[in-house]
Design a protein around this ligand. Structure first.
Ligand code: BES
Ligand code: ZN
Length: 624
């Protein structure tokens, strides 16, 4: 029974990874051959060897201690082992392991040497009959996945993607290995605990919470948040969690989540995770959003008061198919998660808000992509390939506009080549046929050839290889345009040459996308006096839209418009979203204002998550 289960898993895994054998030297038996194939390294960012033993279910019992900033826990796994298995390998980073059991009996274990980014392999002896392993451990106070917020409103959240789950749970931290889980979590009595699982909607009286996640997920989708949060429903399958001060604003901002869910299902098939809720995190969250299954984690900086920044919700929702259902096999295949998600996001936006809006967004992202590609071509052109080679590097290096927007434009090219209805049918079948499986780049390309690029003509017009393993943006990249954005560009030119006065700008008629375009394309070196005039006329410094504020602050730094600096400082101390931090600190460095950058960073750094301090420490050459 058990062995059958293992071989079924193995077979599915072999299919998905698309392993090929080139070492069939002495005609081994079919089973030995499969094991040999499986033993080939597949994920450079995990020590696990799923061919020998895999985790299939996690039972996690944990106590969260805000005073020591630690979690003490037991992770018990059900495992499936090959007949000749000798060990199971788990990924760990900074965990203090107290004891290990195999099938309920105390066991020896070995922690291998620490490696950069990866942490350590935890090796536990098992055999072909072993059923469970359990690890009792404590996390480090500075565990990289965590951010502990102190004060009157304590808050803890985790960020596991890409390879930080191992800093709070010993696990096979490889996107191709899925497991179900349940959890028992004890937190301070006045706080609520939430996970990427079935969640409570009210606080318990004693701070004890139980969770179940019945659908198998990879470790990077493990998530926990603890804080004083309330729940408000916004639809039949959708709702928001936020701290009491933000709950009403959040419920208003995200009221259209159910419409997005309906639109998404209409496009690419049934939603697989039952509920879709969103948790508003503290502003220190290093990302815009994270697609933790059933419960997207989101930055509060998208609460603009007018629902203008909800594309991010469409994005995280889309991951419920691209990423969470069909999962990139390794971080080299990250574009399969993000490129598909950006494409799907735009389709949801088009469905719910109309093509004018979605084309405005793609036009902005095209500009961002071209700028980023230009920069990357000078530094490391190989990083502009869709298929990455991140061995010996932090997988975080793959989080560039390439996976996202070059990925998007590649899919858009496919759409334009075969027509929308053929492409939609293809994508729907892709998600349905590979649900709860992994996908690597080669397997996707084979699937694409078999199912979509079925004629020589189509293959020639797409030129897949140029996109996937070639640098830069191929010359068949689809063109996007938006009449409203074109108009903004003309108005900007007229403002620059003086034919349109500041007071004559149609600022109040502009959507945030138009304001963002105007501000981000102001010429470098726009005089501070003109910035002052813009602000005096349109009160940009006090906008409630953080994308507009961000574009404005960057230009203020580049223009040396000092009256905006107190606002800049407040923003940087409050907000830990890396997408905003990097360009703002960089602008200070590039304009000989590094002293200011270091001073503000000194004030802000303690509030940031490790994902953001990692990047900023490097950018500012910060040493503690
Ligand atoms: N899954 C990503 C966030 C991520 C990627 C975290 C890689 C760690 C490693 C998430 O879906 C995402 O893409 N977020 C974007 C939002 C977006 C609208 C493009 C972000 O946070 O900026
Ligand atoms: Zn994403």
């Amino acid at each position: 029974m058990k062995t059958n289960h293992f071989w079924a898993l193995l077979a599915a895994w072999a299919l998905c990874i698309g392993c090929q054998s080139d070492e069939a030297a002495s005609a081994p038996s079919a089973k030995a051959q499969t094991i040999a194939d499986m033993k080939r390294a597949t994920d450079n960012h995990s020590f696990s060897r799923p061919q020998e033993a895999v985790t299939t279910h996690l039972s996690w019992t944990a106590r969260v201690d805000f005073d020591t900033r630690q979690i003490s826990a037991t992770a018990q796994y059900q495992i499936a082992t090959a007949d000749d298995a000798q060990r199971i390998l788990l990924d760990c980073r900074g965990l203090d392991i107290a004891s290990v059991m195999v099938d309920g009996v105390e066991s020896s274990f070995e922690l291998g040497p620490e490696q950069p980014f990866l942490g350590q392999p935890l090796s536990i002896p098992v055999n072909g009959q072993s059923q469970t392993v359990s690890v009792t451990y404590t996390t480090a106070p500075d565990a990289a996945a965590f951010l502990w917020v102190e004060g009157e409103a304590p808050f803890l959240f985790t960020q596991s993607q890409a390879i930080l789950a191992r800093t709070w749970v010993p696990c096979q931290d490889s996107p191709g290995i899925r497991f179900t889980y349940d959890a028992d979590v004890q937190v301070p009595a006045n706080l609520m605990a939430l996970m990427s699982a079935v969640n409570p909607t009210e606080k318990s009286s004693d701070g004890h919470y139980s969770f179940v996640m019945d659908q198998p997920i990879p470790a990077y989708l493990l998530a926990l948040a603890v804080g004083d949060v309330a729940f408000q429903s916004v639809g039949d399958h959708t709702g928001v969690y936020a701290t009491p001060d933000l709950i009403d604003a959040a419920a208003y901002e995200f009221a259209e989540m159910e419409d997005m869910l309906v639109a998404a299902e209409g496009l690419y098939g049934k939603y697989a995770w039952e509920r879709y809720d969103l948790l508003v995190l503290p502003a220190a969250f290093p990302f815009g959003g994270m697609e933790n299954p059933r419960l997207t984690f989101a930055t509060p900086t998208i609460i603009a008061g007018d629902r203008s920044l909800v594309a991010l919700v469409a994005h995280e929702l889309a991951h419920s198919w691209s990423g969470n259902l069909v999962t990139n096999a390794t971080w080299d295949d990250f574009w399969l998660n993000e490129g598909f998600t950006v494409y799907f996001e735009q389709r949801i936006m088009e469905e719910v808000y109309g093509r004018d809006i979605s084309e405005m967004l793609t036009t902005l992202s095209y500009q961002g992509l071209v700028d980023e590609v230009d920069g990357m071509m000078e530094v490391n052109p190989n990083d502009t390939h869709l298929r990455l080679h991140l061995k010996d590097r932090d997988p975080d290096d793959g989080m560039t506009a390439i996976a996202y927007d070059k990925g998007y434009f590649f899919l858009r090219l496919l759409e334009e080549t075969v027509g929308r209805s053929a492409f939609d049918a293809f994508l729907k079948e892709y998600f349905t046929g590979h649900a709860f499986q992994v996908m690597d780049t080669d397997s996707f390309l084979a699937y694409l050839d078999d199912n979509l690029l079925t004629t020589e003509e189509r293959r020639e017009s797409v030129r897949v290889k140029d996109w996937v393993d070639g640098a830069g943006l191929p010359d068949n990249c689809p063109e996007v345009s938006s009449p409203r954005i074109d108009k903004v560009d003309q108005t900007l030119q007229a403002w620059i040459n003086g034919s349109v006065a500041t007071s004559a700008l149609p600022w109040n008629d502009w959507l945030y996308q138009e304001r963002y375009r105007f501000l981000s394309n102001l010429p470098n070196g726009t005089e501070a006096a003109r910035m002052a005039e813009l602000d005096a006329t349109w009160q940009i410094n006090s906008t409630g839209n953080n994308e507009v504020l961000f574009a404005w602050l960057e230009q203020c730094i580049r223009s040396g418009h000092a009256p905006a600096y107190p606002r800049l400082e407040r923003f940087l101390v409050e907000v830990g979203r890396r997408k905003f931090l990097t360009p703002l600190y960089l602008a200070m460095v590039e304009t000989d204002q590094k002293d200011m950058a270091l001073r503000i960073y000194g004030l802000a750094r303690g509030h940031y998550h490790s994902v953001s301090t990692g990047t900023m420490d490097e950018l500012l050459a910060w040493t503690e």
